[in-house]
Design a protein. Structure first.
Length: 147
């Protein structure tokens, strides 16, 4: 299990961010915001996301210790979706992976890769999905900007 000190590696995420979602072949959708904050004495990070666009759900996320090298992200959204992701955050790269059933059946695998800018004010990332052994396909791009 990660120590509280290892949880401190998530410090660059803490704070308020605006979000921009871009689906393939579409214009960016703005109007979403997210907040990362410490919880329970630094043992967890809570992320709350809200969005004015009804295509993108609001969410509540709890990040905690997972494996010796990573974290576990518990995801809940306004559609009633519940998922668990394996997460890493190191050297400016943030990854999430869900490739097995958890609280929800696994209809498709998902992964996120995001890069934190040197000034820690932007995270440029993308979500990918796949339904079998084929290559990963872009689901949507996601950009975080410090608010």
């Amino acid at each position: 299990m990660l120590t509280v000190g290892a949880m401190q590696r998530l410090e660059p995420l803490i704070g308020e961010w605006s979000l921009e979602v871009t689906f393939p072949g579409a214009h960016p959708i703005g109007g979403a915001s997210t907040v990362f904050e410490w919880a329970l004495g630094g043992q967890f990070v809570i992320q709350r996301t809200s969005n004015r666009d009804t295509e993108v759900p609001d969410s509540l996320i709890v990040i905690g210790a997972g494996t010796p090298d990573g974290y576990t992200q518990h995801y809940f959204d306004s559609r009633g979706v519940v998922r668990v992701y394996e997460m890493t955050f190191a050297d400016g790269e943030w990854t999430l992976l869900r490739d097995r059933a958890d609280s929800s059946p696994l209809e498709f695998s998902q992964r996120f890769v995001g890069s934190l800018s040197e000034d820690a004010r932007t995270i440029d990332g993308h979500w990918q999905k796949r339904t079998g052994p084929e290559d990963w396909l872009l689901d949507f791009a996601l950009t975080y900007r410090r608010g």
